[in-house]
Write a protein that binds this ligand. Structure first.
Ligand SMILES: N[C@@H](CCC(=O)N[C@@H](CS)C(=O)NCC(=O)O)C(=O)O
Length: 98
């Protein structure tokens, strides 16, 4: 099973910075949308997420708000505490090969 992940954020938001810093430290590279610079991103967040709050991680199109919950999800999805950091490709290939 592989999840489609997309992060919606604002560069000035401290909660978003927490998530982005975590991703940077652990080499987690997923598509991201800056709602202040992408014209359609804010609308997408409001319509699909149901509210205007960042950070928001869409997991297979389903919104996950709260920076703590997002980091916990990423920690599990990318096996941060298991056997070193992995890229999303590693996760996808590992799980697809099962
Ligand atoms: N408890 C949330 C707080 C998130 C939050 O307050 N985000 C602010 C930006 S820093 C927000 O989206 N506010 C709504 C708005 O700007 O309209 C978290 O940890 O993610």
């Amino acid at each position: 099973m592989s999840d489609t992940l997309e992060l919606y954020y604002m560069p000035t938001c401290p909660f978003c910075r927490r998530v982005l810093n975590y991703m940077e430290v652990h080499n987690i590279d997923i598509p991201r949308h800056d709602i202040t610079s992408e014209p359609t991103a804010r609308t997408t967040l409001e319509e699909q997420g149901g509210k205007m709050q960042v950070p928001c991680l869409f997991i297979n199109g389903k919104p996950l708000f709260e920076s703590d919950d997002i980091i916990t999800f990423l920690e599990t999805a990318f096996h941060v505490n298991d056997e070193g950091d992995q890229s999303i490709q590693d996760v996808v290939q590992t799980e697809a090969g099962d």
